[in-house]
Design a protein around this ligand. Structure first.
Ligand SMILES: [Zn+2]
Length: 178
């Protein structure tokens, strides 16, 4: 019996309704080779509250570090396994490392710290990952599609159709789609 995970925001939709902002090898380098995106980008103007998706514990907080900027990582139990909900580009953090969390507790506020600072304000978002390891490197290692815990991806079907026509996505890329 799976735990029911909650959404990280009160309103959750993939940024720009674009498959490029879902999980997987959904982006391209300048030379055309596939490039990973490690989580979902959820549209959120800076200052939007984000919440604990499940009961758990705050594993780490990082303030303004690297591409992810201000980050919070919370562990939770899912189907008997420990997973990690990871929030990046935050503008504010309301929790402390080691805190116990209940589902729905306020984590902080979204923002545009890290490499999101280069995007226009209209592209403000929460970068949200589901991890199998607390600390991850580059690539997709240590992450899974958030769809594995939600069973759905908040992306419209019209957008998928347009993008899959233009990008010739593989079956693997499409695994995040509703
Ligand atoms: Zn992202």
């Amino acid at each position: 019996m799976s735990v029911k995970v909650a959404w990280p925001l009160s309103y959750n939709i993939i940024r720009g309704r674009s498959v490029n902002n879902t999980f997987g090898m959904v982006r391209k380098h300048a030379n055309g080779t596939a490039k990973p995106h490690q989580g979902w980008d959820l549209e959120a103007s800076s200052g939007t509250s984000c919440f604990a998706i499940a009961d758990g514990k705050v594993e780490f907080v990082k303030l303004n570090v690297g591409d992810y900027g201000t980050q919070v990582c919370c562990s939770f139990d899912f189907d008997g396994k420990t997973l990690y909900a990871y929030y990046a580009h935050l503008s504010r953090v309301d929790v402390t490392e080691g805190d116990s969390m209940s589902q729905g507790d306020l984590i902080g506020a979204t923002g545009n710290t890290g490499n999101a600072a280069t995007l226009p304000t209209s592209e403000d978002h929460l970068h949200f990952e589901i991890r199998t390891k607390k600390i991850c490197g580059l690539g997709l290692a240590g992450r899974i599609s958030p769809m594995k815990v939600y069973g759905t991806c908040p992306l419209t079907s019209a957008a998928i159709q347009n993008l899959s026509n233009s990008m010739s996505l593989t079956a693997n890329d499409l695994r995040c789609m509703p």
